[in-house]
Design a protein around this ligand. Sequence first.
Ligand code: IFM
Length: 438
Amino acid sequence: MEPPKEQHDHGPLKFPEGFLWGSASSAHQVEGGNVNSDWWEWEQKHSEEKRSGDATDQYNRFEEDITLAQNLNLNSQRLSIEWARIEPKPGIYDETAIIHYKQVLKSLKDKHFKVMLTLWHFTLPQWVSDIGGWENPLTGEYFVRFLKRVVPEIDRFVDFWVTLNEPGVYIFMAYLEGVWPPQKKSRTRALYVLWNLAQAHKKAYQYLHLRGGKPVGIAQNLQSYHSSHKHSLIELFSVYFSDIIANHTFYNLTGGCHDFLGINYYFHRRFNRNKRLFPTIEEAENQHREVSDLGWEIFPEGIFDVLEDISNHKPIYITECGIASTNDDRRTRFLIQYLSEVYRAIGSGVRVKGFFYWSLTDNFEWHEGFAPRFGLVEIDYKTLKRTIRPSAYVYSEIAKHNKIPHSLLRLLGHTIRVEEVLCYMHDGPKALCEHFND
Ligand code: IFM
């Protein structure tokens, strides 16, 4: 009897027509010189390495960075404008800053990028922080006043609005961990801030949605949760409860005010009871799991899980996903693995429409300073010279062809070396196979 034929799926992972391939950044992390913000104030009280200073000087080098993104075949960009720059004093707007952002956005549109613009990405003008920041319900009013001043000037250059970036992470870092400004550790304040951010989003949504018909959403950090292999009831309960609190609360407070779901994916958490009364989250590093330079577990299946879980028939954009690593082979593997999982989610019916790698260049990683290297493009902080990392070419090829070649996936069983991937991309699978047979 003939043995059954082995089934092989040798096709490439072809993404839907019009898929957005981009990178994401935020103003404070790249621009430099954001002197009227609460973060700047915070940084001056910390050591040199924790100060954003000139950052990557993107404020002056935006043309160079936009050209880099264009040369890497990206068709979209997510960036933010800086409230503290535009409204450095209450009700006083800096025309030069507005003109600057118009130039940046126009340059993107001239090069045919789809533009996703974030309106608040963690930083506040110092004067807003002085009146209590997001603890004060007036901040939401001021935020919308700021939008009413700036949006009419720029909306012709924008395709998607992101009102708020990662409200949950902000609340956690600033009000529960007490690490980020205003460094207030208080659950009550955290709840006020949550409520005020939700109200601010709703008001901003109504204003933006009604005026231009461009889709409006938030960028929400979603975490994937699992229990340890023992699956005790209390572990399963922790998974369920954490998912509701971390992933769904903000959506529950702002239901109906999202034209799309923006998902930032970085974290996988595993609960383990391990003879204790209550389970705790395992440190991935101690479990010998692969982690980034920040100790964050590399868990590609997690992005599939959160996409499946959140999917509600609205279009979804991965507004951020990236890895801090000085090992570019690891970044290459990360990209192929995570994008394969995004593809799998699309195949199972989730409407993912785009992927924005965090980030185009290395940048200022908040209280971690400049050490974490997220960039497709390396920054030499002494000279501010940009150097394209090899992994960027892999991403670029995927973006250009709108697909992951199947033979790239075969590499996942091996220790990926980015040179081999590039050799494959330029000379075809034969060259790569030969390489492996060496
Ligand atoms: O750098 C941050 C960004 O500001 C928000 N999302 C996560 C990124 C990496 O930590």
